[in-house]
Ligand binder design. Structure first.
Ligand SMILES: [Zn+2]
Length: 256
């Protein structure tokens, strides 16, 4: 006998993430796109924009990663799997904090979500094997999806890595080392390959082929369209028949 939950239509808002390398302009473009929307989504800052001192467990976990990585811009402290689990816990914490907004029907846009963790930590585990890194990134996303539901929609902003490096260095007033620049190049390729594995969830803005205005318009349309037919959001670890985290409905279970 196979038990499958019957998909319900939910009153919740869509959970959207904006992903991409440092310096691709994802925050800038997403903020501009949102300006043109009547119903503003809740914007959740990405890791690098969170100043020290904001209270909360997510920030405390992030601070511990910062301290352990001694200022590395990619939070690399030498134990990639431990870091992956802490990063997933931070993203679970983010979801917990936005559940009331999602439940009220409002869209939520996360600056970076579990895809960043999957890409960066997979690269650390397989620095010289792009195929193994892709396989591991996919497996890490599966692991992340047992902590919390994946975003309904993930917008990947990508660009030539050299352009992204220039922007990131200007913004952060730093000079990346050759090793850090090489890490970004590999991350750029892995992000693009990972996005291609799940076209239903990912939308890709490639700044090598669209200008700023077109990119903003694409992102605006995607965020607006995401508020369509959304299913209920279940706790991944509770199994079929669990109540929706947003509307509380239990899916009817079909036995075949
Ligand atoms: Zn629901």
């Amino acid at each position: 006998m196979t038990i499958t939950p019957v998909r319900l239509s939910c009153t919740r808002g869509p959970l959207i993430s904006a992903e991409g390398l440092n310096g691709v302009g994802k925050t800038y473009l997403t903020n501009r796109a949102v300006e043109a929307l009547d119903d503003k989504p809740l914007m959740l800052d990405e890791f690098s924009q969170r100043a020290n001192g904001r209270p909360g467990l997510g920030e405390a976990l992030l601070r511990s990663l910062r301290e352990a990585s001694a200022g590395d811009p990619f939070l690399r402290g030498g134990t990639p799997m431990t870091e992956a689990l802490i990063l997933m816990a931070i993203k679970r914490h983010d979801l917990d904090t936005v559940l009331p907004e999602l439940s009220s029907g409002r869209a939520v846009v996360e600056g970076r979500s579990v895809d960043t963790t999957a890409v960066c930590q997979a690269l650390l585990l397989h620095p010289d094997d792009p195929d193994a890194a892709l396989e591991t990134a996919t497996a890490l996303l599966d692991l992340a999806s047992s902590y919390r539901p994946l975003p309904d929609l993930t917008i990947l902003v990508t660009d030539d890595t050299s352009e992204a490096l220039v922007r990131a260095q200007r913004r952060d007033r730093c000079v990346f080392t050759n090793e850090q620049a090489a890490f970004m190049r590999k991350a750029c390729q892995l992000f693009e390959r990972l996005a291609a594995t799940d076209p239903a969830r990912y939308r890709v803005v490639d700044r090598r082929s669209v200008d700023e205005h077109e990119a903003t318009e694409q992102i605006r349309a995607w965020i607006q369209d995401a508020d369509g037919d959304l299913g209920c959001m279940m706790e991944p670890w509770q199994g079929p028949g669990a109540p929706c985290m947003c509307c509380g409905h239990r899916a009817a279970v079909e036995s075949v």
